[in-house]
Design a binder for this molecule. Sequence first.
Ligand code: ZN
Length: 292
Amino acid sequence: MTAQPDQQAPSLNRRKVGDYVVTYLSDGYLDGSFDYLQGITPGEAEQMLTDAHRPPLAHISIASYILQGKGRTVLVDAGTGGFNGWGGRFPVALAAAGVAPEDVDTILVSHGHVDHVGGLTLHGKPVFPKAEVVVNATELDFWRNDTIMASVGDDAKPFFVAARTAFDAYNDRLKPVASGGVLPGVTLVPLPGHTPGHSGFRIEGGSTGPDLLIWTDITHMADIQIARPEVTIGFDVDQDQARATRMRVFDQVASERLAVAGMHLNMPGFMTLERRGHGYAKVDMPWTSALL
Ligand SMILES: [Zn+2]
């Protein structure tokens, strides 16, 4: 007899995108609240999930991605590190993917929120001993700005401490960048609003299919915000800019027929969008038994 499991199995999903194999790694979830959302009532949000045959829970999935190709092993974000009891499954997923921390040569950081950089350190020390850390310079400046940190409320200060802990641990290996190419076939795409230097990464699809846009935190509750793009979340540093950026990215994804990955998408972790009404519809790219 075995004990009945009380959590999900390590959750991975892979796709080929151009020269890379891209793996979705689940860090688990955080137990949120519909009260975080703005532009929709909690009752409406719950009803949307019920109508979509989803559990009417305000769970926010947390994920990161690995790119392997061109002789590189690249991590895009690293989950929460268990901060505040959120997520914490990233190390299990990384091991299940067959990647050891010392294998990682590059880390692309989407932004400084703890659910993306918490897993970069353990007790303040780097988890990835050989990796260079690529981050949007605007984002780095934001979290390291003492004036901004002094101006925020006590509830926001732990987020500054967490971001600084991660960046400081890799200080001698930090590579601040602006937009543009960061690796062969990979460009950093500024997507400001959620945070000032919030960034996505676009990977050339080449002969394998469409380009993949890792859009990071363009959605937090995809089952709600894709149909209702105007809905923002309390974590957005600039609500109006976050909304405008989301609208622009949705339009771009639908127009260019891009594939999408995101750090708050559930499995399968890859999808695209179709226009529907005044919003969009999410079209998941299902898990395939062959690596395609
Ligand atoms: Zn996030």
